[in-house]
Design a protein around this ligand. Sequence first.
Ligand SMILES: [Zn+2]
Ligand SMILES: [Zn+2]
Length: 381
Amino acid sequence: MNKNPYEVLGVARDASDADIKKAYHKLVMKYHPDKNPDDKTAEEKFKEVNNAFDILKDPQKRAAYDRFGDAAFAAGNGASAGTGGFGGNPFGGGFDFGGAGMGGAGMEDILREAMRGFGFGGFGGDAGGFGGGRTAARAGRDLLDEVAIDLRDAYFGKTHTVRFSSNVECEKCHGNGTDDGKPAPTCPKCGGTGTIHARQGFFAVETPCPECHGLGHKIDKKCSACDGTGAVHKQRTLEVKIPAGVTDGARLRLRGQGEAGQSGAPAGDFYLDIHVRPDPVFARHGDDLIMQSDIPFTTLALGGEIDVETIDKKQLSVRVPAGTQVGEKLRVRGHGMPRARGGFGDLYIDITMRVPTKLSEKQKKILTEFAETKSDKKGWF
Ligand SMILES: [Zn+2]
Ligand SMILES: [Zn+2]
């Protein structure tokens, strides 16, 4: 679990954005891996500081932390940080993308939409960055793609490969945009806020700092690889692990896998919308599956067993009680879809029956004799 971000940065609960940013810059310089080679403690601290800043610099995340504490950022909690729109979907929480090399799976999807605020309110909104839009250090955009999979894939789960190009953090400068790769020093003119107070007639107005162009920090010598933006455009491949039991309409989220932010601002998230195609054999109702099965009327009348192939291709022998009616459903426990919280739904066999159309002479004779055992013609029931 994450540590209290206020404690990590050593700031008060009501610290201003500028104070938080200042504290962050100080600590991130102190624990930067370049300054502490092979120091595991420093590395850990560096991560903690970045995690803490990631929460506190974003007004929405900060508010979520203030209200819910760490629970707001727990994996699997789709309601984290006010993203909304994930209600009731157990797969909405952040899924890790798999590092397993399954490349060349032959599924090449072009990224159709690269939009921020796609009805799911990306963190920070368009203002992005620090201080509620005061600065120009923009957070990376969220990316959204979609994929259609078969019901069987939904049963087993699968790895989906997405290829696209987007801005990623510049490796040379670690996203800082500086020639030496270290965080840029705080702008002396605005003290890191990115804005200055100017006077226009009687009014004091806030304008973007002309010295740092609203970034809050000033790069003396720009990184040559990214021209100081901290991000470069790159061809990317993501291996998205689609979990077993995923439902149609689920949206998977890969934190920080969207576009890189500008000048050290956080990356956006990558979202994958899942569509599950209808299956020709199995209809899905929640975690349960329903299949139709033609059963000989003699088996329905006398009782017996039928062979059934489940969605995972297991052969089952299912007992049919004597006197089973068309339209009744036989339940086979545990052969439905995987449940998000473990276990499986059930398989229902929807009983159908077809009247035989080609009867041999012998069969006709037997059926005729059978019919004659009944004196009236009103039926058997
Ligand atoms: Zn760079
Ligand atoms: Zn400035």
